[in-house]
Structure formats: structure tokens, C-alpha cells
Design a protein around this ligand. Structure first.
Ligand SMILES: CC(C)(COP(=O)(O)OP(=O)(O)OC[C@H]1O[C@@H](n2cnc3c(N)ncnc32)[C@H](O)[C@@H]1OP(=O)(O)O)[C@@H](O)C(=O)NCCC(=O)NCCS
Length: 333
């Protein structure tokens, strides 16, 4: 039988640089409350959100992705031509095909990198990091650009009490490359399709076309069951990610969960018994929930505010529609 050669990759992979782009328009709770019969106080108390960022028409998925990617490339200290794979995690690129990743790979000046989009909603960034790590270690890629980007303001129904105050826009990016030491721990990921309906597009495109009054498919959710699932089940997933990386909570420097709700973040930290020394990402207060972009955006703020340093050990955990989730421990660049 003819024997094929197989690819040999780097001994390990790590994140080399992280970048982010925040849209320019700041939207305080006061701008949202009238249409949903709510208050600034209620929103802050129930979700921790004070304000969010919504993109202007110029701040497209492509524009925000490129800005975040350029910042990640610069911080990683690599040439864009070294990037041979681009993965974009998003649910708000509204052209069914081609993948927006191909355009970003081109605009960034990669040398015809492999490029594709993934759809794992709020869990997308951690799915991308897991895939990038395995591609580098398996020999299929040298340097991978992972982008999480969303324009959820376009998919938000401003009259929906359960979601209008939550979702927001932005982009984050990471460069994953080869390493002599382990920099990305084993992923713990999965899905619970029995709960498919808890967070979803209210309509699909065929429903929109059939409607007399076509509107963008809106993202809707059943907040309370999602809240309970995220607070309790996800803490166990976080614990498994620590176990698989072979570390204990006291060895952790940073906890960077998907920015869904400040109370979910606190409930997870309590359930995992994280010591007070662990710095916790709280970007949601000023940024809202940006789905696939939320973890790199939160990390970017932690660096800016001195809560994260190069070499820190961080637990990333992302969860959302599907219900899909992914968690891993990483060494920060
Ligand atoms: C949406 C969320 C903040 C709502 O908080 P909650 O504590 O679950 O609130 P409930 O839905 O149980 O509603 C509690 C009360 O507030 C009211 N309420 C609901 N939405 C409201 C709003 N926007 N403003 C004011 N009151 C509101 C309800 O009517 C209810 O009133 P009642 O007690 O008189 O019946 C919370 O469920 C959540 O964050 N869920 C997870 C969302 C998430 O993470 N999604 C993305 C995952 S990727």
C-alpha cells in the first residue's frame, strides 16, 4: 500500500498578540429604556451594563475586523504574509457566501491564506482558538488569525424587552502561532441542541421573504433559562478546562468569561471558588454583549487597565446560542 506523508507541526501553540476594535458610538441605557419600559437602574442591576457600543454605518464587519486584525498583527510582531489561515467567528456577516474571512485575508495582505467563517455564536472565539491551536500543532498552519466580530445592533429588536439592552457591536482578534512551550491548554467544548430555541434568530431568511413587512431577522432569547444554564453548567466546564490544563484556581491570574451578564460572571467565579487574586474581566459594563468579539475585547481592556500582563495564565470560557460552549486555559501574550 502506498504510504502518504503526514504533516508535522510545532510542538506547541500560543497566542502571540491580541487586538480589538470598539465602535465609536456610545449608547447609554437612557437611550434604550423608553421603548422597552425599563430603567437604567434595572438594566445595571440585572445585567451590569451601563452603556454599549453600536457601530456606525461605516463601521462594517469588514472594517472592524481589519482594524482588530491589524492591531493583533502589530502586537504579535509578525508580517501579515506569515498568516496562512484566517478564521472569522461571526453571526452577523449577512452575505451567505463567500466567507468574509477571504476578504479580510486579502485586505490584510496575507499570501492567499486559507480563509473561512465559523458559526458558533458567542462561543465562536474560543472555538477559533481551539482550532487554530490544533492546526498549528498538526502542521496545517504556521500562523492563524482568529477574529471574533459582530454587529448585533442590526439584529436587535429595539422593542424586545428581553434583549434590546444586551447586544452590541465590536471586533477582537488573536494571532496564534508556534511555541516551544504549551501556551493553549486543551479545549473543553460541546453543545446542547435540546436547548436550540433558547437563543436564536426569530426568523430565517425564507420567513423574511414571505413576510408583508420584511425586517432583519432579530435575535431573541429566553433570558432566564439561559442565565441559569450559563451560571451553573458553565462553571463546571470552566473547572474541566482547568483540570485538563493541569492547573488549580490559585494558579490562575485572569478569568475572562464571555461578557453575557455581570451576574453570570460573578456566579461562575463563586462556583469555581476563584481566589480574590484572580482578575476578572468586566468589559460588559461599557461594551455590552458582543457575542464572538467579547472575549478579545475584554482582554484588550484588561491589558489597558493593568489587570493582565504578558505571561499571565487566563481561563477563557465562551457560551451562547446552540447552546454551544468552549473553554481553554491560555498563557497571555
Ligand atoms: C435578560 C436577563 C438580564 C433578565 O434578568 P432576569 O433576572 O432573568 O429577569 P426575568 O426575565 O426573570 O424577569 C424579572 C422581572 O423583570 C421584568 N423585566 C424583564 N425585562 C425587563 C426589562 N428590560 N426592564 C425592566 N423589567 C424587565 C420581568 O417582567 C419580571 O418582572 P416580574 O418579576 O414582575 O414578573 C437575564 O435573564 C440574562 O442576562 N440572561 C442571560 C442572557 C445572556 O446571557 N444572553 C446571551 C448569552 S450568550
Amino acid at each position: 500500500m502506498t504510504a502518504l506523508q503526514s504533516a508535522a507541526g510545532a510542538p506547541h501553540a500560543r497566542i502571540l498578540g491580541i487586538g480589538a476594535y470598539r465602535p465609536s458610538r456610545v449608547v447609554p441605557n437612557s437611550e434604550i429604556v423608553a421603548r422597552i419600559d425599563s430603567s437604567d437602574e434595572w438594566i445595571q442591576q440585572r445585567s451590569g451594563i451601563k452603556e454599549r457600543r453600536w457601530a456606525t454605518p461605516e463601521e462594517t464587519v469588514e472594517m472592524m475586523s481589519l482594524a482588530a486584525a491589524r492591531s493583533a498583527v502589530e502586537r504579535a510582531g509578525i508580517d501579515p504574509r506569515q498568516i496562512d489561515t484566517v478564521i472569522v467567528a461571526t453571526v452577523s456577516h449577512f452575505m451567505q457566501t463567500p466567507a468574509v474571512a477571504t476578504r479580510i485575508a486579502h485586505e490584510l495582505g496575507t499570501d492567499q491564506a486559507a480563509a473561512f467563517d465559523i458559526s458558533a455564536a458567542c462561543a465562536g472565539f474560543c472555538h477559533g482558538i481551539a482550532m487554530a491551536s490544533d492546526l498549528v500543532r498538526g502542521g496545517s498552519a504556521g500562523h492563524v488569525l482568529v477574529i471574533g466580530v459582530e454587529r448585533l445592533s442590526e439584529m436587535t429588536d429595539p422593542d424586545d424587552r428581553g434583549s434590546a439592552f444586551i447586544f452590541a457591536d465590536g471586533a477582537g482578534a488573536a494571532i496564534v502561532g508556534p511555541s516551544e512551550t504549551p501556551g493553549i491548554g486543551p479545549v473543553v467544548w460541546g453543545s446542547d441542541g435540546e436547548q436550540f430555541d433558547l437563543i436564536r434568530s426569530r426568523e430565517d431568511w425564507r420567513d423574511v421573504l414571505a413576510s408583508d413587512n420584511p425586517v432583519m431577522p432579530h435575535l431573541v432569547m429566553q433570558g432566564n433559562p439561559v442565565f441559569r444554564w450559563a451560571s451553573f453548567v458553565m462553571a463546571k466546564v470552566g473547572q474541566q478546562a482547568l483540570d485538563r490544563a493541569g492547573i488549580t484556581p490559585d494558579q490562575l491570574d485572569c478569568f475572562v468569561p464571555h461578557q453575557a451578564n455581570m451576574r453570570i460572571t460573578d456566579a461562575m467565579a463563586r462556583a469555581m471558588k476563584l481566589p480574590d487574586t484572580v482578575k476578572i474581566a468586566r468589559d460588559i459594563a461599557e461594551q455590552g454583549n458582543t457575542s464572538a468579539a467579547s472575549i478579545p475585547l475584554a482582554l484588550d481592556r484588561m491589558y489597558a487597565e493593568g489587570d493582565a500582563q504578558s505571561g499571565d495564565v487566563a481561563l477563557l470560557i465562551a457560551f451562547g446560542a446552540g447552546l454551544a460552549y468552549a473553554a481553554q486555559v491560555v498563557v497571555l501574550p
